[in-house]
Ligand binder design. Structure first.
Ligand code: KIV
Ligand code: ZN
Length: 535
């Protein structure tokens, strides 16, 4: 038994090259899996272009590793990993694979253009998963660990191995598998709490056990990957850091399977705000958190709950008189972090109809959006159209507008035009024009109200069997001229997708949100659910 785990902090680990900024022994590696585990959230699917946009923003944010997808899962996943690998230069780009040689080789193919590739291979190690999911004996799994990691390491010198359901794996067996994986060439060992079952002390003890009982543990980085089924993903990840873990896997807004993964923004801000306690830093530029949160929310259609830590709309709002009074006297009385530290600015610039391109660019920059000339032109045209129908443009309007812009790229179905007849006399009727794979198609339909008529018209133009599970409207800001933000959830063969849109006309937003959901469905249809494939 090694007597304690502290020396790992000081060890120079060959698996972890020095990077500019915080010295290695004081830095936690931030591994973002929004594009892989995040996309496994029921309803969240992203197009190849949307994934690329998020990957570039994550790189800009300073995350160390971007898990770009699961290349064997679908042609779309392969393409997005390949595209991201070709464009991300600073962050490590990682592709996930099961323990099969063919999966691993496919991941490697997708990573061909990466400057800093990583193959991530996993297999279940818990008694439950081995018996029922894999139908394999522990010794067979053990051999598979060696075979899969050896194969991955023959292709790539940066290999991560994960013990799926690691938090429910027998400790001795886990330690044997970890030792074998490191011996076979794994440079990062990831211990997932796949089902969100762990609690902080127990999970930390598991990491300590590995630190103390795996003889070659100093030749790899220990990583954790926690799910949030009991709301403990962030607490478990941070407890694991105290026990020696040096990589945390997380997602923007805590997106992910079921109740999600540990939220990146919570991990980063907890380590920053309580540096005194944790003593470690990371390379993430916290000021980009708000921008990434908005981007991921608008691309996936997953609305962030108002009381969500760090990025919820109320996270920095003070309603009670006592709190407001305290904050006015000294912000630190009730604020443990400043809104500015996550890129949420208390703005001075208010935009309106007469605002010019320069003010618009400044305002977007203030909100965290740096656009190239073409994207700025497109956004400015949309802004002018919005300003024509709305007196004052608030930050929320611009965030919604940018979300709308990010949803347009690469869609097979595009909204062109909608005219609706409605009112007390009926019948309610919608005339809709869409573009599908470049062809313009127009149809009219009646319905039980204007929304029903609009959705019937969509179904006339693009027949499909998906069921509408949710239709929800909220106002982006106050006022009767506020934009309506519409969320639509569709279900087809057990797969759900979410579409979103914002527009001053509720019916236009409704049609667009439905079309957005249909585009997601087209992506989803091509995809085999990774976890359904077994390991
Ligand atoms: O939750 C999990 O176990 C995973 C692994 C594939 C790392 O996502
Ligand atoms: Zn996971």
């Amino acid at each position: 038994m090694k007597n304690n785990v502290t020396p790992i902090h000081a060890r120079q680990n060959s698996a972890r090259p020095e990077m500019a900024g915080i010295p290695n022994n004081e830095r936690i590696i931030i591994f973002d899996t929004t594009l892989r585990d995040g996309e496994q959230s029921p309803g969240a699917s992203m197009s190849v272009n949307e994934k690329l946009r998020i990957a570039l923003a994550l790189e800009d944010m300073g995350v160390d590793v971007i898990e770009a997808g699961f290349p064997v899962a679908s042609e779309g996943d392969f393409q997005s990993v390949s595209l991201i690998a070709g464009q991300v230069r600073n962050a490590v780009v990682c592709g996930l694979s099961r323990a099969h040689k063919t999966d691993i080789s496919r991941a490697w193919e997708a990573l061909a253009k990466a400057e800093r590739p990583r193959i991530h291979t996993f297999i279940s190690t818990s008694p439950l998963h081995m018996k029922y999911k894999l139908q394999m004996e522990p010794e067979q799994v053990y051999e598979k660990v060696i075979e899969s990691v050896t194969h991955a390491r023959n292709l790539c010198d940066n290999v991560e191995w994960s013990a799926e359901d690691g938090s429910r794996t027998e400790l001795e067996f886990l330690a044997r598998c970890v030792e074998a994986a490191i011996k076979s060439g794994a440079t990062t060992i990831n211990i997932p709490d796949t089902v969100g079952y762990a609690v902080p002390d127990e999970f930390a003890a598991r990491i300590s056990y590995l630190m103390n009982n795996v003889p070659n543990i100093d030749q790899a980085i220990i990583s954790v990957h926690c799910h949030n089924d009991l709301g403990l993903a962030v607490a478990n990840s941070l407890a694991a850091v105290r026990a020696g873990a040096r990589q945390i896997e997380c997602t923007i807004n805590g997106l992910g399977e079921r109740a999600g993964n540990a939220a990146l923004e919570e991990i980063v801000m907890a380590m920053r705000t309580r540096q005194d306690y944790f003593g470690y830093g990371n390379n993430v530029k916290a000021e980009t958190i708000t921008k990434l949160s908005h981007l991921v929310s608008s691309v996936t259609g997953f609305v962030v709950q108002p009381n969500k830590a760090i990025v919820g709309a109320n996270a920095f709002a003070h309603e009670s008189g006592i709190h407001q009074d305290g904050v006015l006297k000294h912000a630190a009385t009730y604020e443990i972090m400043t809104p500015e530290s996550i890129g949420l600015n208390r703005s001075n610039i208010v935009l309106g109809k007469l605002s010019g391109r320069h003010a618009f660019r400044e305002k977007l920059a203030e909100l965290g959006y740096e656009l190239g000339d073409n994207a700025l032109n497109d956004a400015f045209i949309r802004f002018k159209a919005l300003a024509d129908s709305k007196r004052q443009i608030f930050d929320e309007d611009l965030i919604a507008l940018m979300g709308e812009q990010s949803r347009q790229d690469g869609n097979r179905i595009k909204f062109l035009r909608l005219a609706v007849t409605c009112g007390s006399e009926g019948p309610q009727r919608a005339e809709l024009e869409l573009e599908i794979d470049g062809d313009r198609l127009r149809m009219a339909a009646n319905g039980n109200g204007p929304v029903d008529a609009t959705f019937n018209a969509v179904r006339e133009i693009f027949p499909h069997a998906a069921r509408l599970q949710l239709y929800q409207v909220s106002a982006v800001t106050a006022g009767t001229d506020a934009q309506a933000e519409v969320t639509v959830r569709l279900e087809e063969n057990g797969k759900t997708v979410i579409g979103q849109s914002a527009h001053p006309d509720t019916l236009v937003a409704s049609a667009r949100a439905y079309v957005h959901a249909l585009n997601k469905l087209l992506i989803k249809r091509q995809k085999t659910e990774p976890m359904a494939m077994g390991a």
